[in-house]
Ligand binder design. Structure first.
Ligand code: GDP
Ligand code: IMO
Ligand code: MG
Length: 428
């Protein structure tokens, strides 16, 4: 086994960064395949925190190849700031590879993301305002600018001038905003191009050679299943495919070359931004989860919405990604609860549903069916073997596996590397 996908099974912030960093100790290469700097992946080593947006969470290991694949939308300024801050902390950045086919987030993308949200008013999505949606829109509209264009001075100037004609019309006529200046943007981005050039290559060729050579590759999903543009709570989603299938299109590695899939599942549930969340707890329980879990966004600092674990969506994520194992994170956050609930089914008008409703109107009417578990009231953060977990914690995990039909492969009991219990054998 040499290729492993790590995908979020809920609404993001499950702890994908922690799990990827843990497994990256054994990997040759770590690959981001979708999303952009809307991601905020935290890696903690010896209590020191690293917050990653575009760089793969394998960056902390010297000599690991860190690929930003073609499916990612890249904000060059953010990427360079991240590289600089890593270098300043003594991290080896020589393994970074940037796809020449990845799309570039331009100033108009970020501006239109912000103006669009303001215009939507009450119907806003609650985006991270990083220009993600507008950049993917331009990719699909075939007016996007790619990294291969960015590093071609003439081509880049030509494309910016061309695209900006339309964008300025939109800015002025739709948003009543001042136009952007092409020359200023070209000058700014030429600086980024020169600095990024050494990292640029054909990552598709690179990755397929590595797969054929049997190298150990981790594919790091950003966002999560319920934010997937097809499978999530549309339109309250992101604009890419965080499910394991996203690897095929976002990294150029064919589905039949994927060996294993891990779904990262927070032991309870959170969501940032707008949209349905059937197990949300708008009460003291939700407040307790937010405080115990320090649930505030890495990218935007917004308080995260909190609720009980929804095993229905984890099961759905498992179907969509072909998940072999769950990596259950933040189990320690539940240490102080007398009682813990898990949603194990959805009902509408007393009838159990066998699917996740597409219609948000229907989803809003869903009644979660809860099972109640006694808490363990013990500090589990120092436990390193599954057998040593309190019986009540094991009952909770075992029921999770039963309802979702997915085996538990990893249990995380704290943010640090060593706070990890591994049950799955031979992950690579
Ligand atoms: P990601 O976006 O999926 O990578 O998750 P984030 O990094 O946005 O949020 C997860 C947070 O939980 C980070 O602050 C992690 O350091 C932290 N974390 C990860 N696993 C654990 C765990 O098992 N226990 C605790 N207490 N924190 C964890
Ligand atoms: P990681 O990788 C949690 C949410 C935003 C918003 C919606 C659309 O850290 O898990 P976008 O800026 O993508 O157009 O916003 O998606 N969102 C995330 N929520 N974790 C993330 O990433 C997210 N990335 C986007 O809050 O609701
Ligand atoms: Mg995050």
């Amino acid at each position: 086994m040499s290729t492993v996908v790590i995908s979020g099974a809920q609404w993001g912030d499950e702890g994908k960064g922690k799990i990827v960093d843990y497994l990256a100790a054994q990997a040759d290469t770590v690959v981001r395949f979708q999303g952009g700097s809307n991601a905020g992946h935290t890696v903690t080593v010896n209590d020191e925190e690293y917050k990653l947006r575009l760089l793969p969470s394998g960056i902390l290991y010297k000599g690991t190849t860190c690929v930003i694949g073609n499916g990612v939308v890249v904000d060059p300024q953010t990427l360079l700031e991240e590289i600089d801050s890593m270098k300043a902390r003594g991290v080896d950045t020589s393994g970074i590879k940037l796809s020449n086919r990845a799309h570039v987030v331009m100033p108009w993308h970020k501006l239109i993301d912000e103006l669009g949200e303001a215009l939507r008013g009450e119907n806003k999505i609650g985006t991270t305002k990083r220009g993600i949606g507008p950049c993917y829109i331009d990719k699909a509209d075939r007016i996007g600018i790619r990294i291969c264009d960015l590093i071609d001075r003439e081509e880049f100037a030509l494309k910016v001038a061309q695209v900006l004609q339309t964008k300025n019309l939109i800015l002025e006529k739709v948003y009543n905003h001042a136009p952007l200046n092409a020359d200023e943007i070209i000058r700014e981005y030429e600086g980024y191009a020169e600095r990024l050039r050494p990292f640029v290559c054909d990552t598709i060729a690179l990755l397929n050679e590595q797969v054929d050579a049997g190298k150990k590759i981790l594919f790091e999903g950003a966002q999560a299943t319920m934010l997937d543009i097809d499978y999530g709570t549309y339109p309250y989603v992101t604009s890419s495919h965080p499910i394991s299938g996203g690897v095929g299109v976002g990294a150029g590695v064919a589905p039949k070359k994927i060996d294993k899939v891990f779904g990262v599942v927070k032991a309870y549930c959170t969501r940032v931004g707008e949209g349905p969340f059937p197990t949300e707890q708008l009460n003291e329980i939700g407040d307790k989860l937010r405080i115990a879990g320090h649930e505030f966004g890495t990218v935007t600092g917004r308080p995260r919405r909190t609720g009980w674990l929804d095993a229905c969506i984890v099961k759905y994520a498992g179907q969509l990604s072909g998940t072999d194992y769950m990596a259950v994170t933040r189990l320690d956050i539940l240490d102080d609860f007398d009682e813990i609930k898990m949603c194990t089914a959805y009902k509408i008008n007393g009838e159990v549903l066998n699917e996740i409703p597409a219609s948000l109107k229907v989803l809003a009417k869903v009644e979660p069916v809860y099972e109640t578990f006694a808490g363990w009231k013990t500090d589990i953060s120092k436990i390193r073997n599954y057998e040593d977990l309190p019986a009540n914690a094991k009952k909770y995990l075992e029921r999770m596996a039963e309802v979702t039909g997915i085996k538990i492969g990893i249990v995380s009991v704290g943010p640090n590397r060593e706070q990890t219990i591994v049950l799955a054998k031979n992950i690579f």
